[in-house]
Design a protein around this ligand. Structure first.
Ligand code: KIV
Length: 284
């Protein structure tokens, strides 16, 4: 890809105004960030899903701010122009506005993020407002919010009933009014997402499994390429099975070492004959 200009909030709103969908992916490491940048991705989320995809936990709750900062710095090194979003991990924002501002500030100062994302409905409006008032762009996250998965009764679609759908619509407006410049809707029914998108005035609506009518789409990178062994969510599309390619290659390596077909001459280094003879003399 040729050098491109830095993606900013203005770039994103301009795209939405022209009806051009925004592309957004999770990413947790330098080489993947490099490829995503080369592919022209608009936004990157360093999600606390890295607890599962990178660190092998069963959920996101054990992830710390230090985990997030380390991975986000690596991603920024690989993707200097993408709009980079740091995901606030569990208990990095829930306790108080001050805790939230301090940790959001770490994403900006230590990892050069463009924005942060946090989970929760109307009850998080104060946090969004406090972070926004500290000069940090904030993204809300409604619907299936993995940090509250126990309270939500598991990984399931949110807002299937009219009352629950109405609450998500109201929460979206509350977060927008609190200053969220974007909201992610995860596993919300398509027509509910459409209503929220149509009603959003100064707020970008992004969809993860919530249909085509949002301003943009998010996918979890590991789900796109068969890289997470424990499960594949229904909403994820597999764009290529890198997991299978890697596993086949690893089996071949184990077999080739076993049957001595690896290494071949091009895979090792040699010493010149005269140096070798001199070495043998030295050893004698
Ligand atoms: O952590 C993450 O990747 C997320 C997505 C599930 C939206 O928050």
């Amino acid at each position: 890809m040729t050098e491109r200009k830095k993606i900013t909030i203005t770039t994103l709103f301009n795209k939405a105004a022209k009806g051009e969908p925004i592309s957004w992916l999770t990413c947790y490491d330098y080489p993947t960030a490099y490829f995503q940048e080369q592919a022209g991705i608009d936004m990157i989320l360093v999600g606390d899903s890295l607890g599962m995809t990178m660190l092998g936990y069963d959920g996101t709750l054990p992830v710390t701010m230090n985990d997030m900062i380390r991975h986000t710095q690596a991603v920024r090194r690989g993707a200097p122009t993408a709009f980079l979003v740091g995901d606030m991990p569990y208990m990095s924002y829930q306790p108080s506005d001050e805790t939230a501002i301090r940790n959001a500030g770490r994403f900006m100062a230590e990892a050069t993020c463009d924005a942060i994302k946090l989970e929760g409905g109307g009850e998080m409006a104060n946090r969004i407002e406090a972070i926004r008032n500290a000069g940090i762009p904030a993204i809300g996250h409604l619907g299936l919010t993995p940090q509250s998965v126990a309270a939500l009764g598991g990984f399931r679609v949110q807002g299937k009933g009219a009352l629950q759908a109405k609450k998500i619509i109201d929460d979206a407006k509350t977060l927008e009014n609190a200053g969220a410049f974007a909201i992610l809707l995860e596993m919300v029914p398509d027509r509910v997402c459409k209503i929220i998108t149509e009603r959003a005035k100064d707020c970008l609506i992004l969809s993860l499994g919530s249909g085509p009518d949002a301003h943009g789409q998010l996918l979890i990178y590991h789900d796109m390429f068969g890289l997470y062994p424990k499960f594949k969510p229904k909403m994820a599309k597999v764009f290529g099975n890198a997991g299978e390619v890697i596993l086949d290659g690893l089996k071949d390596y184990v077999n080739e070492v076993g049957d001595k077909t690896f290494p071949q001459k091009e895979n090792w280094f040699t010493i010149k004959d005269d140096e070798y003879d001199e070495l043998l003399d030295l050893l004698d």
